[in-house]
Ligand binder design. Structure first.
Ligand code: SF4
Ligand code: SF4
Length: 424
C-alpha cells in the first residue's frame, strides 16, 4: 500500500485518544498509564498515532511540506505498535502502526532521512548488517569452536539465527554462545547458515527503508530455501518478528520460534532440568516485537469499499492484529520453573508493555528520546522492588543497560538465557 491508500484510515480515525494510553480498565496508576513513547516524550499531538494520521493527510493535501521538523517527527516513532493494539480496543479496521511505517517510507522515498539513520543503512548495503562499522568478515566469529553445523554442508533439525546484535556486540556474544551450548546439551541437532548468515533487516522496514529491506529479505529467503531449513530458532525479537511476519508475507514457509518458546518446550519435555536455586526477585519486560507484534501473519488481499458511498471500509475485512496472541506465557513459564526465583509484574505488561526505546532505529537516530523511553521502563521496573529486570531481546537489554530511572537509579538487566544457565 502507498501512503495515499491509507486515506480511509486517516479519515476514519475518531480522535478518541485510545492510542495514547493503555486501555482505561487496565490502568493501575496515572504514572504508568501512557503507552506511546513518542507523545510521552514530545507531548504534542502530532507525535501520537492520531496526529500522524492528520500529518499524513496534510502532506497528501499539500498543506504541509516535508521540512526538517516534519521529517524528525515522522521518524521519532519507535514502531513499537502500542498505538496499534490500543486503537483496536475501540476500532476494528485501522492499522496505525502500518500507517506510521508507510509515512516513514514516504519520507525516505523523498530523501528525508535523519543523519543517524545513514550509517545504519549504508552498512546494511555494504556489510549486510545494521550495526554501524561492523564487518561481514567478522559476522560469525562469535560461533567459532561451537561445533554448529553449516547447513549448506550438512543437515540439522534446527537453524539457530543469532542476529546482528548478538553476533557483533561483545557484551552480548557470550549469551549467544551459551544459548547454543544450552541447546546442544539438551540434545538439539543444531546448525546455522555459516557464511550465508546476514542481517534480517527487519529494522530497515521499521525505519521506512522498504527497498533495502526487500533486497535483504529476498536474499535471505533464498538462502533459507537453499539450505533446506525447516525450523528457525532465534534469540532476537526483531529477527523473530521479521521472519514470522515480514518474511512470511514475502513467501517464507518455515517454522519460526523464539528461543523462549523453544526452551519452554524443552523444559516441558524434561530435556532441560534445573538443579540450582536462583534466589532473586525479577520483573519481566515483554519486547514489543515478541509480544504484541509477535502474532502470526495472516494473508490478506482486498480493496477499499464505501458503505452508502460514504463510510470507508475494506472488503474482505482486514485481519485484526490486537496483540492478544503474542508470546507472553513462554518466558513467564521459564521464569516460574527456576527454583528460588520470584516473578513480580510491572503495571504495563503483555500487549500493553512499554517499549524499550530502541525500536525503529531510534537508538541511533534519536538517542535522547530512546534513552528517555528506556528510563521510563527502568522507573517502572524499580517500582516493583525487583532485583533485576529480565528480557528476551538484545536490543532491549542494551538500551536498558545505560538507562536510569527518574531518581537516577539503575537496575540489573538480564537476558532470560543468563538466568536459565545460572539455574542449571
Ligand atoms: S508505534 Fe509506538 S512510538 Fe510510534 S506512534 Fe505508535 S505507540 Fe507511539
Ligand atoms: S485510537 Fe485509533 S481511532 Fe482513536 S485517535 Fe488513535 S488512531 Fe484514531
Amino acid at each position: 500500500m502507498a501512503l495515499k491508500d491509507f486515506r480511509p484510515m486517516m479519515e476514519r480515525c475518531s480522535t478518541c485518544t485510545h492510542c495514547k494510553f493503555i486501555p482505561f480498565d487496565k490502568i493501575k496508576s496515572i504514572r504508568f498509564a501512557e503507552n506511546c513513547p513518542s507523545i510521552g516524550y514530545y507531548n504534542f499531538n502530532t507525535y501520537s498515532a492520531r496526529g500522524r494520521f492528520q500529518l499524513a493527510q496534510s502532506i497528501l493535501d499539500g498543506r504541509t511540506d516535508l521540512n526538517e521538523t516534519v521529517t524528525e517527527t515522522i521518524h521519532s516513532c519507535t514502531s513499537c505498535g502500542a498505538c496499534d493494539v490500543t486503537c483496536k480496543v475501540c476500532r476494528y479496521n485501522l492499522e496505525p502502526l502500518e500507517h506510521n511505517i508507510e509515512l516513514k517510507a514516504y519520507a525516505v522515498e523523498n530523501g528525508k532521512v535523519l543523519e543517524g539513520q545513514k550509517p545504519v543503512i549504508e552498512n546494511l548495503k555494504k556489510e549486510n548488517t545494521m550495526i554501524p562499522k561492523a564487518k561481514k568478515a567478522n559476522r560469525i566469529d562469535w560461533a567459532k569452536d561451537l561445533n554448529l553445523k553449516d547447513l549448506f554442508k550438512e543437515k540439522a533439525e534446527v537453524c539457530f539465527f543469532a542476529g546482528c546484535k548478538y553476533s557483533y556486540d561483545e557484551k552480548l556474544q557470550k549469551i549467544a554462545q551459551n544459548t547454543v551450548k544450552l541447546l546442544q546439551s539438551a540434545g538439539v541437532d543444531l546448525g546455522y547458515l555459516g557464511a550465508a548468515d546476514n542481517c534480517c533487516a527487519g529494522r530497515a522496514k521499521q525505519m521506512g527503508f522498504f527497498e533495502e529491506f526487500d533486497n535483504s529479505a529476498n536474499n535471505n529467503i533464498k538462502a533459507f530455501q537453499k539450505s533446506g531449513v525447516k525450523t528457525i530458532v532465534t534469540p532476537c525479537s526483531d529477527c523473530y518478528h521479521a521472519f514470522k511476519r515480514q518474511y512470511a508475507k514475502l513467501g517464507l514457509e518455515v517454522e519460526v520460534l523464539h528461543i523462549v518458546e523453544y526452551v519452554d518446550k524443552l523444559i516441558q519435555e524434561g530435556k532441560i532440568k534445573f538443579t540450582k536455586s536462583v534466589p532473586m526477585t525479577v520483573t519481566y519486560h515483554d519486547p514489543c516485537h515478541l509480544g504484541r507484534l509477535g502474532e502470526d501473519y495472516i494473508p490478506w488481499e482486498g480493496k477499499e469499499k464505501k458503505i452508502l458511498n460514504q463510510i470507508h471500509t475494506w472488503e474482505p475485512r482486514r485481519p485484526r492484529y490486537n496483540g492478544a496472541y503474542g508470546i507472553y506465557d513462554a518466558p513467564r513459564n521459564i521464569l516460574e520453573a527456576i527454583p528460588g526465583l520470584k516473578l513480580v509484574e510491572m503495571e504495563r505488561i503483555r500487549e500493553y508493555s512499554w517499549c524499550c526505546g530502541a525500536g525503529g532505529g531510534c537508538n541511533v537516530s534519536n538517542p535522547e528520546f530512546s534513552q528517555w523511553t528506556a528510563g521510563e521502563r527502568v522507573t517502572e521496573a524499580n517500582a516493583t522492588g525487583a532485583d533485576a529486570m529480565v528480557t528476551a531481546c538484545p536490543w532491549c537489554k542494551d538500551n536498558f543497560l545505560d538507562a536510569v530511572d527518574e531518581n537516577g537509579n539503575k537496575i540489573e538487566v538480564l537476558d532470560i538465557i543468563e538466568l536459565v544457565r545460572q539455574a542449571m
